[in-house]
Design a protein around this ligand. Structure first.
Ligand code: CAA
Length: 380
């Protein structure tokens, strides 16, 4: 399998690297400390075409492939995973789902501004009692003929307050179980829609994560995505692609931690020599590099599967499972290599370690990935 990047892919990777160094790095520590949303940076990412990367230019997107998308995700995540999760949710969970399953009217009204970065979107599946067990939706969308009435609460929603467009998964017909679930497009200013409190998080603190409350929100039927009862499959199909984006985020966090550690190990001296000359440190770097190379190949493979129209449920889940473990292992070792300096904020690695953890939780925990993988391999 040939993983040589095309000239265009290399240029996109370089543009993302430069943007991350020049525009995400300054202020990243302060945004993390103050839980400050990177509003200016998001605007710039829209201008650079990072918010609708795979969307057809006809709908305001960049018309690129999934491999280009994971390259950008990796570069952004090396520096600022709070910004990259905004990119991931907007691209994978919002734009992709709308472009693939939305009506022409929905694409014109919602996808265009989302893909061009004029507004950002949120994907609302999780609930207080429906995280991993996603079919147990308590939020209801009661069918009233030409509209739905939405009631309930969603939890841990990325872009919760900063989004303008929300895709909300809700139960219309309880009797039908997951076949009675719908995906509805909600606008921020619809009456009865309230943004709940902001979460105070361990990592990705620059991204805004909120609960959302719906009290008798009236949603026109034309805002339903797909046929009646398609909502759960919509969520699963969308998340299968989302997992590739999060795998790329995890890869970026790991690679960022590794690059900082390698540089530090060649500069920092102990016992009369650079610490990289001590095998205890050199072997850590060797282990980090090996795990990261494997993660990168898995992420590229999953992205390529999506690009060539192959099934990517399994390869995406494998990539996410491995890359998120790599992010965790690598960032912990990065703190260890940095010693006392690793434990303070100025050296960035403690933030990468805190940011790494969420990649094992959101868009399906590592345990959920193992369900998807085991079902995938045992089916045949
Ligand atoms: N594509 C298409 N259909 C799929 C599918 C897929 N990838 N996966 C499942 N389905 C379908 C099944 O075929 C089934 O339909 P049929 O009955 O017609 O065959 C239906 O969905 C139900 O599937 P299961 O019986 O497998 O359902 P389950 O209850 O056993 O759960 C699960 C499956 C994989 C565990 C699923 O619940 C799951 O993925 N849970 C995790 C949810 C998750 O990832 N949440 C993340 C929240 S979003 C987020 O984090 C975003 C953010 O802000 C960053």
């Amino acid at each position: 399998m040939d993983f040589t990047l095309s000239e265009e892919q290399k240029m996109i990777q370089e543009a993302a690297r430069e943007f991350a160094q020049n525009e995400l790095l300054p202020g990243v520590i302060e945004r993390d400390e103050k839980q400050k949303f990177p509003a200016e940076q998001v605007k710039r990412m829209g201008e650079l075409g990072f918010l609708g990367m795979m969307v057809d230019p006809e709908y305001g997107g960049s018309g690129l492939d999934t491999v280009s998308y994971v390259l950008v995700m990796e570069e952004l995540s090396k520096v600022d995973a709070s910004s990259s999760v905004i990119v991931s949710v907007n691209n994978s969970l919002v734009c992709w789902g709308l472009e693939t399953y939305g009506s022409e009217a929905q694409k014109t009204k919602y996808l265009k501004p989302l893909a061009s970065g004029d507004v950002i979107g949120a994907f609302c599946l999780s609930e207080p009692e429906a995280g991993s067990d996603a079919t147990s939706q308590k939020t209801t969308a009661v069918d009233k003929g030409d509209h739905y009435i939405l009631n309930g609460t969603k939890n841990w929603i990325t872009n919760g307050n900063s989004a303008s467009v929300y895709i909300v998964i809700a139960q219309t017909d309880k009797e039908k179980g997951h076949k009675g679930i719908n995906a509805l497009i909600i606008e921020k200013d619809m009456p009865g829609f309230e943004i709940g409190p902001k979460e105070n998080k361990l990592g990705i603190r620059g991204s805004d994560t909120h609960s959302l409350i719906f009290n008798d929100v009236k949603i026109p039927k034309e805002n339903r995505i797909g046929e009646d009862g398609f909502g759960f499959k919509f969520a699963m199909k969308t998340l299968a692609g989302g997992r590739i984006g999060i795998a790329a985020q995890a890869l970026g966090i790991a690679a960022g931690a590794y690059e900082l550690s390698k540089k530090y190990a060649k500069e920092r001296k102990a016992f009369g020599t650079e610490i990289a000359n001590h095998q205890a440190i050199a072997f850590k770097l060797a282990d980090m590099c090996t795990q990261i190379e494997a993660a990168r190949l898995l992420v590229y493979k999953a992205a390529r599967d999506k690009d060539i129209g192959a099934n990517y449920d399994l390869s995406g889940a494998i990539a996410k499972l491995h890359a998120s473990q790599t992010a965790m292992d690598t960032s912990i070792e990065a703190v260890q290599i940095h010693g006392g300096n690793g434990y303070v904020k100025d050296y960035h690695v403690e933030r990468l370690m805190r940011d790494a953890k969420i990649t094992q939780i959101y868009e399906g925990t590592s345990e959920i990935q193992k369900i998807v993988i085991s079902r995938g391999i045992l089916r045949n």
